[in-house]
Design a protein around this ligand. Structure first.
Ligand code: G6P
Length: 607
């Protein structure tokens, strides 16, 4: 998604803006630009493609100026061309924007009727034109901002710079995130704390509907009624030092190698040895009498929810519904009185998930959020936050945050099972032990990563790949297929193994790879009989199982990758690793842009 930065102070900002944009690269983008004010006049540089192209443009024609705004654009309205890249300029006004202005077409028509013609196809330029028109009509900058905020609809964040105000930036937010950073004699604004990490850790977050006037020595914030308000300044936990690839080729590779820490830290957070058992956050309801849990998420996070459904149902005997956010938020859901709704999100900012959270709030559900970014909007809006301690995740395709989510969910399912009296102390202790052992077993899988390389070489020639699994391995099959599609651009389908004969089996012909996720669990025999059906039709089977499973399968699979033996309860957490690693090594074979796959964004803050 688009990334926004703005700076105002007493030193040249162009280079700093580009450095901040680099820290927002992980969000996904396809063009970029910066603008500064020099002696009260707007200047900008824009480029299609990666930031390297913008840096080249800046080298050719450097930009001076102690005040500026910058942007990485993920195209929504209009292709990723230079003309559509931000900042957009209209007369004396320059704007960078993230999100979508829903009524831009209506405003565009009105402006055109006044002979004001946009140069780009973007919704953003409409904001610049509208502001400029209001200024031309005699409005003060503050009045113009107020009027624009009242006029535009949608989910957005934007930062504005005006020639008439060489010492001021204006920022506004509705639904899309925006953080203000406080420095010494300089001020910053950005899409998240990560963008501002090396510049300052003193951050305040604008609330929904807020807009702000930012000068070098502070910010004045106004709420959606126009009343001046105080927004707390907190010390961000994000440190600039954390963000780098180290010795890894890609952030995704680095982040997969951080699975053991993500799982370990998250478990330690909920099951600290000094507590003598699980210590989950206090709930505003009694889990023993909870009628139903609704879990909502998007992308990889939704697969965590699907796995958790098996856990809450089998262990805590709790009715669970899982839904993807983009469907849930518009459905006429029937949610029980006193029910709980849980939202799972790495970023805590995915727009559909955030809107689904608000939809559930309107229906009086208790709101829980599992997030990896503690300062995120979802974290701030939830009744109870269960953090994952995976650390900043930069690769667009989510990896370690997924295992962090699963560990947090496993702890919660276990805690509620204890409170509901549906688990024996022995089983509970067994699951905790299995969770504690996970980081070591994850490290074992990572050590044998290279055994997957020949398999991936094979897969990289495939046109279609089928992923199958039963029970908690089914969402892992979905995760494997999603990841392969996302970063290697190979068509893949994830299916519940039992459903294979209701459709996907038609895809299987000589040489089609079928990846089967099959730990030795209660579903193993049935999963294997589905595999034999695939093999009978010429499918090339990649079996992911433990030593016992591989022995039971005999030599029938084309490839087998041996996983450590584990308690079936935690198997999906461990088996997330080989499916993610397979997608990574297949993408390496294909030479794709692993960390920023085409068209994808890290945090989807538009509908
Ligand atoms: C995007 C990312 C995925 C992620 C999904 C949900 O599609 O590319 O990797 O799983 O958003 O993001 P969230 O931050 O809500 O978990």
């Amino acid at each position: 998604m688009c990334g926004i930065v703005g700076m105002i102070g007493n030193r040249p900002v162009a280079r700093l803006l580009v450095e901040s944009l680099k820290r927002l690269e992980y969000r996904g983008y396809d063009s970029a630009g910066v603008a500064t004010l020099v002696d009260g006049a707007l200047h900008r540089r824009r480029a299609a493609g990666k930031l390297f192209a913008l840096e080249t443009a800046l080298e050719a024609k450097p930009l001076a100026g102690d005040i500026g705004i910058g942007h990485t654009r993920w195209a929504t309205h209009g292709p990723p061309t230079v003309e559509n890249a931000h900042p957009h300029v209209a007369g004396k006004v320059s704007v960078v924007h993230n999100g979508i202005i829903e009524n831009h077409q209506e405003i565009r028509t009105e402006l055109v009727a006044l002979e004001i013609h946009p140069e780009s196809q973007t919704d953003t330029e409409i904001v610049a034109l509208l502001l400029n028109k209001l200024l031309d009509d005699g409005a003060t900058p503050e009045e113009a901002m107020r009027q624009v905020m009242a006029r535009v609809t949608g989910a957005f964040a934007f930062v504005v710079m005006m020639e008439d105000c060489p010492s001021t930036l204006f920022a506004a937010r509705r639904a899309s995130p925006l953080a203000i950073g406080y420095g010494e004699g300089e001020m910053f604004v950005g899409s998240d704390a990560l963008a501002l990490a090396p510049l300052t850790r003193r951050i305040s977050y604008l609330d929904d509907g807020d807009w702000a006037i930012i000068s070098a020595d502070g910010a004045r914030v106004f709420d959606h009624h126009g009343a001046e308000v105080e927004r707390a300044v907190t010390l961000s936990a994000v440190s600039g030092a954390l963000i780098g690839k180290g010795n890894y080729r890609h952030f995704m590779e680095k982040e997969m190698h951080e699975h053991p820490e993500a799982a370990g830290y998250t478990l330690f957070h909920y099951n600290h040895p000094s507590n003598g058992g699980l210590a989950m956050p206090e709930m505003p309801f009694d889990p023993a009498t909870l009628p139903k849990l609704t879990i909502v998420a998007a992308g990889t996070s939704s697969f965590s929810g699907m796995i958790a459904k098996y856990w809450f149902e089998s262990l805590a005997r709790l009715p669970v519904e899982v839904d993807i956010a983009s469907e849930f938020r518009y459905r006429d859901t029937v949610l029980p009185e006193g029910g709980a709704a849980m939202f799972i999100s790495q970023s805590g900012e995915s727009l559909d998930t955030l809107m689904a959270l608000r939809h559930a709030r309107e229906q009086d559900q208790h709101i829980l959020a599992i997030v990896n970014v503690p300062e995120s909007t979802m974290a701030r809006e939830a009744d109870v936050v269960l953090p994952t301690l995976a650390g900043p995740e930069i690769g667009v395709a989510s990896t370690k945050a997924f295992t962090g989510q699963l560990v947090a969910l496993a702890c919660l399912a276990l805690d509620w099972a204890e409170k509901r009296g549906t688990v024996t102390p022995e089983r509970s202790a067994g699951i905790l032990k299995a969770l504690e052992h996970l980081p070591v077993q994850m490290a074992e899988v990572l050590e044998r990563e290279h055994d997957l390389v020949p398999i991936c070489h094979d897969l990289s020639h495939a046109r279609d790949v089928l992923y199958l699994g039963r029970g908690t391995s089914f969402p892992i099959a979905l995760e494997g297929a999603l990841k392969l599609k996302e970063i290697s651009y190979i068509h893949a389908e994830g299916y519940a193994a039992g459903e294979m004969k209701h459709g996907p089996i038609a895809l299987i012909e000589d040489g089609v790879p079928v990846v089967i996720v099959a730990p030795s669990d209660q579903w193993f025999e049935k999963a294997i009989s589905n595999v034999t059906e695939a093999m009978a039709r010429g499918g090339r089977v990649v079996l992911l199982s433990d030593s016992d499973g591989i022995a039971r399968m005999g030599n029938d699979a084309t490839w087998a990758f041996e996983m450590p033996d584990c308690d079936p309860f935690v198997a999906p957490i461990l088996y997330a690793l080989p499916v993610q690693l397979i997608s990574y090594h297949t993408a390496l074979e294909k030479g794709t842009d692993v960390d920023q796959p085409r068209n994808l964004a890290k945090s989807v803050t538009v509908e």
